[in-house]
Design a binder for this molecule. Structure first.
Ligand code: ADP
Ligand code: MG
Length: 741
């Protein structure tokens, strides 16, 4: 590496409009979220179509994607029969056979699809009235004066297929990419030259150019490996730097003892702490006693007693006179935590601590009162939702933030809360979606990690079974099982993916996420997306509809069946939960609002409808609501997924094991990585693109070692200005993203 580095030669971050013009830039920003030249260059092809294996039209298999080189021989437009709209039909030939392209209501394409033009046409081939047809194919026309030889060369080039949007096609992206690549000078590597050499990487410049404009397949393959390495490197450098920075931030040490609150609490516990709870408790106590903030992740199965560990940490802080905030992802969960903490603490201790609840749906008077408790320092333990982050909420001396459920709080929210302390508070994050330790270190590399592996003694376990809707006898048996449990004095949950017919069911499976919905990927082979699309949303079970239906099921006659969902007010929700806890309700039909933490030990059976619509970890979380008391739990996963489908496979996987680690691996495989990392690491747009946390675990581990070596020799990256600059830019990107949203 030379000392005269030109920083302008790192990935250019100038706005796209300077290179592509206003209109294109606006459209790219709106439809693809790409704002800068760097954004565009980092928008990688999803796959490459194989031109070398172009199929002659006469041999094209029906129903499969194919690309042909052909000439347009005829173009005509006709009105649709029986309804409004037009069809543009374009007949093409490759000299061996004929095929018709059809476009609905896209008359304007006549301007470019003219008789005599030659190009590449890609799509899925079907047969219509005995004729081969490509509906809405992708195409790219050759320049008019192309020679046969050039056409051959063209045909051998791998075609990058980009994640596109309906209004920005993959070809449009490809064209703009070419403009950008031709405009910019060589891109400077941010990696130290030794790293590039040691790992036999391409230069960044070559990698970027080759991933977008490969001349052969080996080009983009090598480019991907290099860019993947860059991603792993940036991720680990960010995490390790963050971790190092944390050591320099001052925090108030919090040591138990003075107030004797923890001691008092431990003495009053009706059970013995598990060994895990003891040792994790010690780790946390040691962290809290240090003069820089704790940043710890506590992983543990549902029911492993994490909340209790957190509560003991809060008591430690209270002992030293500080305040703690427990942040829950939903209103129901916050209220539930509040009640169960109150119960666990006992009336006197709860009062002494000024235990307070603060949620967004509380009425103004209650909220004001709660906020006063916080700012005066009277409340030493507060439980709440996002409302705790609201600007107006102030603490007297916030010492500890406990975040329940890692996945749901982004870094921006954690940052906002951190700023509430006079000095940054200690942070404990809890997750019931544990991942293997080796993996956790690489993914949550800025956090220290504690894991609770054992469940408290006396747990009876949960058995899970899949019930396919195609077996009506089993479905009837499902309702009967509920009746049997209720007859024994137990209670049941019935979980539905939607509230009512109007509810789009936004709580659905994370992997089907909105981003994928919006983007029309041209290869359409994503098995999961296909699975996901199978069942129209209007057919999904809804909590309100199900409540009505269950009330009519003969075997459930006379049972008290009520509904709980996210559109109810917090009073309504609290009321239903309280009545369920008091056994006034036998069957609670709900949405995933009960997903985490809801603790009614008397509930022994859970039926999950359209189980295939939920994520693996989500199902695991849900079923953790039963089998919490002294009685075994039963979870019945109802699904209309068909034999052999990926959806059924996923549900079967959940039924087969209770091991959260195993399930989270399955989940990791199925989910997009951005979700895995949470917003905390991915920070929206700068989320991982090529790196797959599970698949590339070895690479990530290896890279981490290399980054550690560099940072130990050069902790502030003084000698690696390019790397420092690139990381700073990513950080800015993340900040900008956070500021927006
Ligand atoms: P998690 O948050 O990990 O899902 P909780 O902390 O909510 O688990 O604990 C689940 C239940 O187990 C609670 O009712 C809690 O009081 C109880 N519990 C926690 N620790 C123990 C223990 N050591 N022995 C017996 N019961 C325990
Ligand atoms: Mg919990």
């Amino acid at each position: 590496m030379t000392t005269s580095e030109d920083r302008s030669m790192l990935l250019p971050i100038e706005p796209l409009d300077r290179v592509l013009g206003d209109r294109t830039a606006r459209s790219f920003a709106k439809n693809l979220g790409l704002g800068t030249v760097s954004d565009l260059l980092m928008h990688f092809p999803r796959r490459y179509s194989t031109r070398g294996e172009l199929t002659p039209i006469s041999e094209i298999p029906l129903g499969e994607p194919a690309t042909v080189v052909a000439d347009i021989v005829e173009v005509r437009e006709r009105r649709m029969k029986g309804r409004s709209g037009s069809i543009l039909e374009v007949r093409i030939t490759d000299g061996h056979g004929f095929m018709t392209l059809s476009f609905f209501n896209q008359s304007w394409r006549q301007k470019e699809l003219r008789t005599g033009a030659r190009g590449l046409f890609a799509g899925k081939v079907s047969s219509y009235q005995g004729k081969l047809q490509l509906a809405h194919p992708d195409y790219e026309l050759f320049p008019e004066e192309i020679s046969d030889e050039d056409a051959k060369r063209w045909a051998d080039l791998p075609i990058p297929i980009y994640p596109a949007a309906s209004s920005v096609t993959t070809w449009a992206i490809q064209r703009s990419m070419a403009v950008v690549l031709d405009t910019i000078g060589p891109i400077q590597d941010e990696l130290p030259v030794e790293v590039v050499e040691l790992n036999r990487l391409l230069s960044l410049d070559e990698a970027i150019r080759n991933i977008h404009r490969p001349e052969k397949h080996a080009d983009w393959q090598a480019a991907r490996e290099t860019l993947k390495f860059h991603e792993a490197f940036a991720l680990q450098a960010t995490l390790l730097l963050r971790r190092a920075e944390n050591q320099h931030i001052k925090a108030t040490p919090r040591v138990a003892g003075a107030g004797k609150l923890l001691e008092q609490f431990d003495d009053s516990l009706p059970f013995k702490l598990t060994n895990g709870q003891i040792s994790v408790g010690q780790e946390i106590a040691a962290d809290l006693g240090k003069s820089h903030p704790m940043n710890r992740l506590l992983q543990g199965e549902v029911g492993s007693g994490k909340t209790l560990v957190a509560l003991r940490a809060m008591l430690t802080v209270a002992d030293s006179g500080g305040q703690s905030a427990l942040l829950a992802p939903t209103e129901v969960l916050a209220a539930q935590h509040y009640r169960s903490i109150e119960k666990t603490l006992g009336h006197d201790l709860a009062k002494e601590l000024g235990l307070t609840l603060l949620t967004g749906q509380m009425n103004t008077a209650d909220r004001k009162r709660a906020m006063l408790q916080l700012v005066s320092g009277k409340a030493r333990v507060v439980v709440g939702t996002h409302a705790l982050i609201a600007e107006k909420v102030e603490f007297l001396d916030l010492g500890l933030i406990v975040i329940d459920e890692q996945h749901r709080f982004g870094v921006e929210q954690r940052e906002a809360l951190r700023l509430k302390g006079k000095q940054p508070p200690h942070v404990l994050t809890m997750t019931a979606t544990p991942i293997p330790r080796t993996l956790a270190v690489t993914v949550f590399g800025d956090l220290d990690i504690s894991t609770l592996t054992e469940l408290p003694a006396g747990r009876q376990g949960i058995s899970s079974h899949v019930v396919q809707l195609s077996q009506p006898a089993l479905v009837a048996r499902t309702w009967q099982r509920i009746a049997e449990e209720v007859a024994k004095g137990r209670q049941a949950f019935v979980v539905c993916p939607r509230i009512d017919e109007d509810d789009p069911g936004e709580e659905l499976i994370e992997s089907g996420g909105a981003a994928e919905d919006e983007l029309t990927f041209l290869d359409g082979t994503d098995a999961q997306a296909a699975d996901f699309a199978k069942k129209p949303k209007q057919l999904l079970a809804s909590a309100l509809g199900m409540t009505e239906s269950l009330r009519k099921v003969p075997s459930l006659n006379g049972l008290s069946i009520e509904t709980l969902h996210g559109r109810m007010t917090s009073e309504e929700k609290a009321d239903v939960m309280a009545r369920f806890a008091a056994r006034e309700i036998d069957v609670l039909v709900s949405t995933t609002v009960i997903e985490v933490g809801v603790d009614v030990p008397n509930a022994t059976v859970m039926v999950i409808l359209d189980a295939d619509r939920f994520g693996v970890s989500q199902l695991h979380q849900l079923r953790g609501r039963v089998g919490r008391g002294g009685n075994p739990g039963l979870c019945l996963l109802l699904t209309s997924a068909e034999d052999g489908s990926l959806a059924l496979e996923r549900v079967n996987a959940v039924a087969k094991t209770l091991d959260g680690f195993e399930l989270s691996e399955i989940d990791l495989e199925l989910r997009r990585e951005g979700d895995v990392l949470g917003q905390s690491q991915s920070g929206g747009r700068s989320s991982l693109k090529l790196l797959r946390v599970l698949h590339d675990a070895k690479l990530i581990q290896d890279v981490r070692g290399q980054v550690e070596a560099i940072l130990s020799a050069d902790p502030t990256l003084e000698k690696h200005p390019n790397l420092a600059e690139a990381l700073a830019r990513q950080d800015q990107d993340r900040q900008a993203y956070l500021a927006k949203g």
